[in-house]
Design a protein around this ligand. Sequence first.
Ligand code: SAH
Length: 249
Amino acid sequence: MRMENKMANVYLTGAGPGDVELMTLKAARVVKEADVLIYDRLANPEILDMAQEHCEMIYVGKQDGRHPVPQDEINEIIYQSSLKYDNVVRLKGGDPFVFGRGGEEAIYLFERDVKFEIIPGITSSVSVPAYAGIPVTHRGITTSFRVVTGHETPDKKISQVEWQTFLNDETIVFLMGFHNIGLITRKLIKLGKDKDYPCAVISRGSTPEQQVLVSTLENIAKESKGMPTPAIIVVGEVVRLREKLKWFK
Ligand code: SAH
């Protein structure tokens, strides 16, 4: 039976970057109370073990050799679950609104009068560099950072990115860009960035399998070949601070 005064039926929830302890208390609570968990590939599957025994698990992520579930189908799965259950948890890596398509899912629910709550998460764009000893801003080095999609469109362009504005010392964090690292670094060099400019690839950040590679724009694509995903690319002078700030083993 549904409780009439309940605040929300669907929780669009950030799971953090990997380390389970980087989940919020609120995210942990709703996962523990969930009747159904709708999730994609998470950096840490341990989170699923926190659910109650009767909790239904629906995986909607990519699987080797199979296409991912299309977004409109995911929206519908969430909606249908909300008709069936009191506590629907849509769990996403990092933060649900940072390249998480959480906004699209929330709009779908809004249009169908389903109550929802957003539970922000610790986004990988900031926390994964932190686990590699790289602060995204640092006094005297850079006053801003930018989080950019490195995802390629079918016409082989990185979508809608304003490349020509990347020429100052702003830190750039590319998500979903590892498979395009050659394209991205060549483009930055072509636009005038020094080929020796510092950058890093961080793979499986904040998990026991974390790997960090520090290199230059010119060499990083070659040197990072074969590093496992998920991985982010950080471009900026702040990468050099890792020498002193490296702490996570
Ligand atoms: N909503 C997420 C991002 C989703 S896009 C967030 O806020 O973190 C998925 C991309 O995030 C991956 O392609 C990768 O670039 C990055 N990513 C997520 N978790 C990561 C991790 N533990 N280590 C490295 N990169 C990660």
